[in-house]
Design a protein around this ligand. Structure first.
Ligand code: CA2
Length: 148
């Protein structure tokens, strides 16, 4: 049994309440339930967190070392701006999958750049809330394959 951290960045607490045409009507609580069930059904557990603060996200990534087998990270807009989060993922050495609800490559140019992608084992985007379970599946496969 392994534990995985599902970490969410700024404004994702608003999911399901605004801009449903872009982000759908599923709330972050709904996504947490789906992730929890998905992990439990496969004999694993998750810790689910959200913060609007860059430093708190850095702390959560640091604290994951030695505790979680992997991180499913939707860093929201910090994906496109934050060298600090990239450095945190690199220094924690916890396998991390970058994920997004929307297909960032089909959106504005500024969303095409990701600092996190340099540090992540892979990137999943564009599948709505299913991006979360796809990211967890990728982390479980990675862990099972014997990577650290
Ligand atoms: O598609 C994703 O998951 C994003 O990470 C979402 C971020 C965006 O900045 C990234 O480029 C792609 C934005 C999250 C904002 O979520 C909201 C939810 C409801 C209403 C307003 C914003």
């Amino acid at each position: 049994m392994a534990s995985f951290l599902v970490l969410n960045g700024p404004n994702l607490n608003l999911l399901g309440t605004r801009q449903p045409e872009v982000y759908g009507s599923t709330t972050l609580d709904d996504i947490e339930q789906v992730c929890r069930t998905f992990a439990h059904d496969r004999g694993h557990s998750i810790v689910f967190q959200q913060s609007n603060h860059e430093g708190a996200l850095v702390d959560a990534i640091h604290d994951a070392r030695g505790v979680h087998a992997g991180i499913a990270l939707n860093a929201g807009a910090y994906t496109h701006t934050s060298v600090a989060l990239m450095d945190a993922v690199l220094s924690s050495m916890v396998p991390t999958v970058e994920l997004h609800l929307s297909n960032v490559h089909a959106r504005e140019e500024f969303r095409h750049r990701s600092y996190l992608a340099k540090a992540a084992i892979g990137v999943i985007c564009g599948f709505g809330s299913a991006s979360y379970t796809l990211a967890l599946q990728a982390l479980m496969d990675h862990t099972k394959a014997g990577h650290d």
